[in-house]
Design a protein around this ligand. Structure first.
Ligand code: KG4
Ligand code: ZN
Length: 324
């Protein structure tokens, strides 16, 4: 059994996953409401709450899995990228848990976790496959030939897709986090009411900063009418993001001759994107929402494919804010 910890942003997460990829527990303590009043994640507040929550969340993950620490064979933890103070809480806890029992430890790249989320559960995706990862901090297309690695084929040149959702929601006065709020409001609107740009900076790259500006101008031009058109604005804005994600994904599938697609990251929770990838002409793995947004099961899941560091080699392991 692998115990995974994930604290790269504002969710304190712990999970227990078997070597075969069955998720025995997946606990997520969201700090979302704490940060909502600031309109985004405040790094220092996130670290402090991780510190308060991490022991309880770990205990809960073990209890829900019906195991004790003595049953754990390996500890896995997100090493980066993310908020450095937040990451350090997970890395330090994982080191302490592992070292106290002389267990091996696996440092995991957060993005690798998103890439292999679909390898968990009863119907795992088998490499080779293509993966679209769209989250609050990252948006990229990757090729996975073996589950220990991924090759980035294209990525966003500016904002991440989740960032576009969050900034759009803020412009529409919908609060934070914006993705779920736009997703909900868009259901009542006309996705063709406004013609927002789909920028194409490269064959497999993304750009979302122009879209955000287009929304800003549309709201400004509407003036007082903007409020009554909020659902149409949200639906059209969401359509533009989903179109951009799906068109690049289609291009990547064609170019790589890939026969399977998986999606991951918080934006993969979006209902329109989930429907749209279902219309592509390859089998698609869409993880349950709790494996799309940040979670520790995907971190423990990725650890299955990596070489563990034996005790005490990991004692000087450091977190890293940047991409690994
Ligand atoms: O993967 P994630 O939980 O954290 C990062 O690693 O960034 O992704 C969070 C992002 C946020 O930007 C949030 O607005 C977006 O995922 N998100 C959604 C939905 N649920 C979460 N975006 C669109 N539609 C959703 N239903
Ligand atoms: Zn993430």
């Amino acid at each position: 059994m692998i115990l995974g910890l994930e604290t790269s942003c504002d969710d304190t997460c712990a999970a227990v996953v078997s070597e075969e990829g069955q998720v025995a527990s997946n606990v997520i303590a969201s700090q979302g409401l704490l940060h909502a009043r600031y309109g985004g994640v405040v790094p220092e507040i996130a670290s402090r709450h991780h510190l308060e929550l991490v022991d309880a969340v770990t205990a809960d993950a073990l209890e829900r899995a019906g195991v004790r620490l003595d049953d754990i064979d390996t500890v896995a933890v997100t090493r980066g990228p993310g908020l450095i103070g937040a990451l350090l809480v997970g890395v330090s806890s994982a080191k302490a848990l592992a070292a106290a029992r002389g267990l091996p430890l696996v440092p995991v790249d957060h993005l690798h976790g998103h890439v292999v989320a679909s390898t968990l559960g009863d119907h795992p995706v088998e490499p080779p496959y293509l993966c679209l990862v769209a989250s609050g901090g990252h948006t990229f297309l990757a090729r996975v030939d073996e589950p220990a690695r991924y090759e980035v084929l294209g990525q966003t040149l500016d904002d991440a897709a989740g960032e576009a959702f969050d900034k759009g929601a803020r412009l529409l006065g919908l609060g934070y986090p914006g993705g779920p709020a736009i997703d909900r409001l868009a259901r009542e609107g006309d996705p063709e009411a406004f013609d927002f740009p789909r920028s194409a900076p490269g064959e497999l790259d993304f750009s979302f900063s122009g879209l955000k500006t287009a929304l800003l101008y549309a709201i400004r031009d509407l003036g007082d009418a903007a409020e009554s058109r909020a659902a149409d604005l949200a639906a059209s804005y969401q359509r533009a993001i989903v179109d951009a994600l799906v068109s690049r994904t289609r291009a990547a599938l064609r170019r790589e001759g890939a026969e399977r697609l998986a999606i991951g990251g918080g934006v993969a929770a979006n209902s329109e994107l989930r429907e749209a990838v279902g219309r592509l002409d390859v089998p698609v793995w869409v993880p349950p929402v709790e494996l799309c947004t940040d979670n520790a099961a995907m971190i423990a899941g990725a650890a299955r494919f990596l070489e563990p560091l034996p005790y005490p080699e990991y004692l000087d392991l450091d977190a890293t804010a940047r991409r690994l």
